[in-house]
Design a protein around this ligand. Structure first.
Ligand SMILES: Cc1cc2nc3c(=O)[nH]c(=O)nc-3n(C[C@H](O)[C@H](O)[C@H](O)COP(=O)(O)OP(=O)(O)OC[C@H]3O[C@@H](n4cnc5c(N)ncnc54)[C@H](O)[C@@H]3O)c2cc1C
Length: 473
């Protein structure tokens, strides 16, 4: 049977662009289908890029306020200019993801919504195309919880918050996860009075408990955080909205001019007619094996739509594996053990592998935990950025099974642990690397030194060496 395309990619975001460009570079005949007029997906338009531009703008406003207290008029002005700056940043990065760039790679780009007619045939707008293989990379959207009255108020999500033109005086944020907290803190630093309502026992449910606790403590400088606060009803009022919540058996209310809903993600799979192709799902997310194949061997799914880990670098990693397997017929597998992520709050949070709670369940008493407080490191002391700590978890031989940190710039300097782990080196190897003093990653080597202290200095070998030096040298 002949097909219109060897590979059709649905979705022009981080995952889809990696696959389309990778496959085309090996001479595959590729069509990329994207329903929006621009490529780039969530990361570029409503995710990583605008949020990081906003966080940087908010940081500068915060610093300005520390030097010279800003009044309401100054905040209004700075809010407007920060939002303009966010749009400029997105436009600039958009050039990198321009359609021309991909057309020049030989890819046919079709602007349309795609759905399956059968396992090799797609409806693409008002035309039909056939594909030998398909990669689904349709991403995710904000999940809207079934809260009474939510549809009666003008709330924002990550898809609309970056279009705000005027500074709301107050913001209630439903959800204390990564997206909710990054945006909450940025808004607070832009002069918005922010209350976060989190239904769970703690914010940042996926983080190591100690890290989440420290984060809660540090973020409370900028935010009012209510945990175990479940929003059950919202309604309009003259200010904007009133949120009714229950917390520890008591009812409470939060009044806010604006509401941000950030309670998780739902996969963009409802329009795909996956059942026409016989592709299996789990709670709407497309089920895949480690080779990124769905229940149909010639159909793959990468990125947020498969529910693995909702990060751009994961979509990229899965996309590369899908290219090898779809283009060359290989069965390369992805592994998530070595995937770090960063939460870009101030201070930043770095996460790699298991939390201490997860690692204890696997390694029991043989788990080794090495911790250094930033207040014990010269650089953080010098900069008066002493809040936070590093925690690295290893097995008894030094194999890194988890690494976590909260602190100024942690997303950058902690990656040293991720790199060492990715190269299959032991944690203690970091002790042998000379770190320029006083670079912040000295705190990582300081933590690695603890491995030797525990293994060597408190051991029988050390006692024997001491005896030798004292008596025979
Ligand atoms: C506020 C926020 C901040 C974030 N910050 C970070 C960060 O700092 N670092 C990080 O790693 N990740 C971050 N993320 C997550 C990151 O944005 C996503 O993990 C990433 O965009 C997923 O890429 P994707 O290719 O799976 O999906 P997307 O980038 O969402 O692309 C999917 C594309 O498919 C299209 N599509 C969907 N259905 C169809 C259809 N039927 N037909 C045609 N086209 C279709 C969509 O229009 C979309 O363009 C953030 C997310 C948010 C919301």
């Amino acid at each position: 049977m002949s097909f219109d395309y060897q590979l059709v990619v649905i979705g022009g975001g981080s995952g889809g662009l990696t696959v389309a460009a990778g496959a085309a570079s090996f001479g595959t005949k590729v069509a990329l289908i994207e329903r929006k007029s621009e490529l780039g997906g969530d990361c570029l338009h409503y995710g990583c890029m605008p949020s990081k531009a906003l966080i940087q703008a908010a940081k500068e406003v915060h610093q300005a306020n520390e030097v010279n207290r800003l009044d309401a008029a100054a905040y209004d002005q700075l809010f407007r200019s920060s939002m303009e700056r966010v749009q400029e940043a997105v436009q600039e990065v958009q050039e990198h993801d321009s359609k021309d760039r991909f057309i020049n790679l030989g890819i046919d780009i079709i602007e349309a919504e795609a759905s399956f007619l059968d396992e090799h045939t797609l409806r693409v707008g008002d035309q039909q195309i056939t594909a030998k293989r398909v990669v689904l990379a349709t991403g995710s959207s904000p999940f809207l919880p079934p809260i009474d009255g939510l549809d009666t108020i003008d709330y924002v999500t990550n898809e609309t918050i970056f279009s705000l033109k005027e500074r709301p005086k107050s913001l209630a944020v439903i959800g204390g996860g990564i997206i909710g907290l990054e945006l909450s803190q940025a808004m607070s630093r832009l002069g918005v009075d922010v209350t976060v309502l989190e239904a769970g026992d703690r914010i940042l449910a996926k983080e190591d408990e100690e890290i989440a606790e420290e984060a809660g403590h540090l973020l409370s400088e900028d935010l009012r955080i209510l945990t175990r606060a479940s929003v059950n009803r919202v309604e309009r009022d003259h200010q904007g909205a009133v949120l009714h919540y229950s917390k520890d058996g008591e009812d409470g209310q939060v009044h806010a001019e604006q509401v941000l809903v950030a309670v998780g993600r739902k996969p963009n799979t409802d329009k795909l007619d996956l059942d026409q192709a016989g592709v299996g799902t789990d709670k709407g997310f497309i089920s895949v094996d480690a080779t990124m194949r769905t229940s149909k061997r010639h159909i793959y799914a990468v990125g947020d739509c498969n529910g693995s880990m909702p990060f751009t670098h994961v979509a990229g990693m899965e996309g590369k594996v899908a290219v090898s397997n779809a283009v060359f017929g290989l069965s390369r597998k992805v592994s998530y053990e070595k995937v770090p992520w960063v939460i870009y709050t101030a201070p930043e949070i770095y996460h790699l592998g298991m939390t201490e709670q997860e690692a204890k369940a696997v390694y029991g008493d043989s788990l080794m935990t090495f911790k250094t407080k930033l207040e014990n490191n010269d650089r953080f002391m010098a900069e008066q950025r002493k809040e936070g700590f590093v925690k690295v978890l290893t097995n008894s031989r030094g194999k890194i099974v988890g690494a976590h940190a909260i602190g100024e710039g942690a997303g950058e300097w902690m990656q040293e642990v991720g790199t060492v782990q990715a190269l299959n080196k032991k944690f203690q190897a970091i002790s042998n690397i000379i770190h320029p003093y006083p670079a912040r990653n000295n705190v990582v080597s300081q933590t690695a030194d603890l491995f030797w202290r525990e293994k060597l200095f408190d051991s029988n070998i050390n006692k024997a060496l001491r005896w030798y030096v004292k008596n025979l040298r």
